[in-house]
Structures are given as structure tokens and as C-alpha cells.
Design a protein around this ligand. Structure first.
Ligand code: FAD
Length: 403
């Protein structure tokens, strides 16, 4: 009998965790490697939204016109840090180039395929990981200042409707019927009943990894410095020795270029730094509430309300600019006046592609090497779907039973 092939997964964020879990479930022998405890990267602090209806890419017409404001105003929902601008320019140019109707239509179709089944896949994953209580299926409420502001977004709602997502328009009275704590500044809304929320993104990753381990999976804590070909197999070079693998999946989030560039896969991956602020205590909302004017998501987490959002282009190294967290806190308090003072704040690195489409598949020219990176604003939503896609590719390469 031949020994089972070993698949190395680099990165124990939600993407790597879901993937290791899926491969393990299919009977594969998997080593999940992270320099940190599972879930300490971007997946630690996201807003928990499972948003299958998010088919409209971030790069949309008008984005170029807003660049001067992004540079000048540290409190704007989109911000480019001036010292980082020269490094970010090539990415920003690609981002702006993607903001045209033809690319947007193509992207919307791709994003739809990626996350159409997200809620059902998360439900199944959470059940399997024995944390069904973490998935809240009460929809998302997108708040607008007034009907005029909503009308200005009509095109985006039209795209969602074209893909079959149900959305209901609500006036102030019906907003209050759903969410009585919403402040008077929001008088119009769209309600997406079929969307969901993960009520504790870190505990979710931890539970998925724990279940992976229960099934026989192995977790190693090490920084992978290089992925090196060894004949038809691969070696993960780490600070504490090498890990021999038959196949490797790089799922290192915003840090993945350090491993993929030397292998010839030069992805246009940039970090969009995001922030969150948490208000502890009983959450005054029953579902995810989106402040469309602030680009902020308010989520009823296990420990209270988390408000997450903002985009800051500033690279992987710069210290957080906590003014951005303060802006989120103020926005949350205006939207939900009963909130007290924030208890915690956080900054994390979204792994973003200019057209919002992640790279999920084989690395060209590198047999048995895959990448699952660049999920941007929707990595939580897309993690189980990505896991299924990569696991299916592995199954195709090595049909089950072939070791
Ligand atoms: C404020 C905010 C709100 C968000 N809200 C949502 C939301 O509501 N819904 C949604 O779907 N998405 C949301 N996102 C996006 C989502 O969080 C990310 O897309 C997702 O977490 C990316 O997951 P990942 O596993 O690719 O990366 P990460 O979670 O960053 O994981 C990558 C892992 O790889 C490890 N790693 C990297 N390089 C190495 C190496 N060389 N050796 C060893 N380990 C390595 C890191 O330590 C890390 O643990 C949000 C993001 C932010 C910042």
C-alpha cells in the first residue's frame, strides 16, 4: 500500500481553513501551516457578512473622479496614503481600467458563479464544524439617507435583480418594524432576506480548524519562506525546517505574493486595509445593517455590535491610522444612537485584486501547485465555494482511491 499523498495548505485564514477542512473531509492527508494561530489574519476581524448578492465589483464608474478626495480626506471611506501612492499606482490604474461596463458585466457573472450558493455552503460547513449557532439567517438591511440616495444606486440593485437576488424596498416605518434602533438619519432601505451573518468570525475559523484536526488533519505553526519544487513534489521551506508535500495550496491572503512571485505567478494583489470597532453588550440590531453612505457594515456579533469597513491603500507595513476606526465608531453611533462607547478596535489586510475576482486554481507551469488568493471584500462569503473548487481540482488530478 502506498502512503497517502500530503497536501500542504499555507495560511489558516478562513480560506485556508475551509480548504483544509474540505480536503480532509474528502479523505486527503493535509498539513495546514500558518505563522500564527488560525484566524489571526484578515479573517479575524471581518464584518461577518455572507453576501451572495455582492456581484457588483468595487471598481465602478466615477471611481477615478473620487481620487483627489481620497488623497485629501483621511476620513473618507476610501483613502490612499500619500507616501504609498507611487507603489500603489500600477494597481490603482488596473482598478480604474476595470471600471467600465463590459468588464463590470463580466465580473458580475464571475462573482455570481463564485458566491451564489454561499449561504447554503456556510450552513453546511457550520453544521459540520458543530457551530450551527454562528450562522444567523435573518437577511441584510442596506440603509440609505433617503429615497433619492437609493435611486442613485438603482443600477446596482438592477444588477442584483438580474441575477435573481430578492430585495425589498422599505420606507422608514418598515425599517423600524425590522430594526427599531435605527436612528432618524436613515429613511429608505433595501432588504435582502436571503443573506446571512457569521456571528463570530474568529470562533468560526477556530471551530473549522478544530474539526479538521478531529478528522486527522495536522496544523503546524511556522512561517513559510519559500515554496520549492522537489522533482514532481514540493517543499515548504520554513524557519524550523522543511515540510515535504505532494501538492501545495497557497492561501496566504494579502501576503501571498511573497510566495507566489518567485514561482512566476505575479498576481496584481494589493492590500486594502480595513478597520473595525466593537461595542460590547446586547446588540440593538437583529441582523447585518449596511450604512451605504459610509460603506460600513454593522453586525450583531456574539459579543455585541461590530462595525467594519473603510478602504485604505497603504501597504502591509504601515501602522494603523486609528482616525479611520474613530470615523466608523461615530457612524455606528449616529445610525444606532443607543450604542455606548466602543470597547475594541482592529485593522486588517484584505487581499484585493483590481477587478474583485480572486485567483482560485492551478499555478501555471507548476504541477500540483494551486493558489486561492485575492478574495478582497468577500473572502468570508467565498471561502467554502473556493474550498470546493480547489478540492475538485485535486480530485481530478488524483481521483480518490489513487492515494
Ligand atoms: C474590515 C473588514 C471587513 C470585512 N468584512 C467582510 C464581510 O463581511 N464578508 C466577507 O465575505 N468578507 C469580509 N472581509 C474580507 C475577508 O475578511 C477577507 O477576504 C478574508 O478574511 C481573506 O481570508 P484569507 O484566508 O484569504 O486571508 P487571511 O485571513 O489574512 O489569512 C491568511 C493567513 O495566511 C498566513 N500567512 C501568510 N503568509 C504566510 C507565510 N508565508 N507563512 C505562514 N503563514 C502565512 C497569515 O498568517 C494568515 O493567517 C472583510 C475584511 C475587512 C478588513
Amino acid at each position: 500500500m502506498t502512503a497517502a499523498r500530503i497536501i500542504g495548505v499555507v495560511g489558516a485564514g478562513i480560506v485556508g481553513a475551509a480548504l483544509a477542512h474540505e480536503l480532509g473531509k474528502r479523505g486527503r492527508r493535509v498539513v495546514l501551516v500558518d505563522r500564527d494561530e488560525p484566524g489571526q489574519g484578515c479573517s479575524f476581524g471581518n464584518s461577518g457578512a455572507i453576501s451572495p448578492g455582492s456581484v457588483v465589483p468595487l471598481a465602478a464608474p466615477g471611481v477615478l473622479a473620487s481620487v483627489p478626495r481620497m488623497l485629501a480626506d483621511p476620513t473618507s471611506p476610501l483613502r490612499v496614503r500619500l507616501p504609498y501612492l507611487p507603489r500603489a499606482l500600477p494597481w490603482l490604474a488596473r482598478f480604474a481600467a476595470a471600471a467600465n461596463p463590459a468588464t463590470m458585466a463580466r465580473t458580475a457573472a464571475t462573482l455570481f458563479r463564485l458566491h451564489a450558493d454561499a449561504v447554503a455552503l456556510h450552513r453546511a460547513l457550520a453544521d459540520d464544524a458543530q457551530v450551527p449557532e454562528l450562522i444567523l439567517e435573518r437577511g441584510h438591511l442596506h440603509l440609505y439617507r433617503d429615497h433619492r440616495a437609493l435611486a442613485a444606486d438603482a443600477w446596482a440593485w438592477k444588477v442584483r435583480a438580474q441575477y435573481g437576488f430578492v430585495a425589498e424596498e422599505l420606507d422608514r416605518e418598515r425599517i423600524l418594524a425590522l430594526e427599531p434602533a435605527v436612528g432618524s438619519g436613515y429613511t429608505a432601505a433595501m432588504y435582502l432576506p436571503d443573506h446571512a451573518t457569521v456571528r463570530n468570525p474568529l470562533r468560526y475559523v477556530q471551530a473549522i480548524v478544530a474539526n479538521f484536526v478531529r478528522r486527522g488533519g495536522e496544523v503546524r505553526r511556522a512561517t513559510v519562506t519559500r515554496v520549492v519544487a522537489t522533482g514532481s513534489a514540493w517543499s515548504l521551506v520554513t524557519g524550523v525546517g522543511s515540510i515535504a508535500c505532494d501538492a501545495v495550496v497557497v492561501a496566504g491572503g494579502a501576503w501571498s505574493r511573497r510566495l507566489l512571485d518567485p514561482l512566476g505567478l505575479r498576481l496584481p494583489l494589493e492590500t486594502q486595509r480595513g478597520y473595525h470597532v466593537e461595542f460590547t453588550g446586547d446588540a440593538p440590531i437583529a441582523r447585518t445593517v449596511v450604512l451605504t453612505d459610509r460603506k460600513a457594515f454593522l453586525a450583531p456579533m456574539e459579543s455585541g455590535v461590530r462595525v467594519g469597513g473603510t478602504v485604505e491603500i497603504g501597504g502591509l507595513e504601515a501602522a494603523p491610522d486609528w482616525r479611520r476606526a474613530a470615523v466608523l465608531a461615530a457612524a455606528a453611533k449616529e445610525a444606532l444612537p443607543s450604542l455606548g462607547e466602543p470597547a475594541r478596535r482592529w485593522m486588517g489586510h484584505r487581499p484585493c485584486m483590481p477587478d474583485s475576482v480572486p485567483f482560485v486554481g492551478p499555478v501555471p507551469g507548476c504541477p500540483n501547485l494551486y493558489a486561492a488568493v485575492g478574495h478582497g471584500h468577500l473572502g468570508l462569503t467565498d471561502a467554502p465555494g473556493t474550498a470546493h473548487t480547489i478540492a475538485a481540482l485535486v480530485d481530478r488530478a488524483w481521483p480518490t482511491g489513487a492515494g
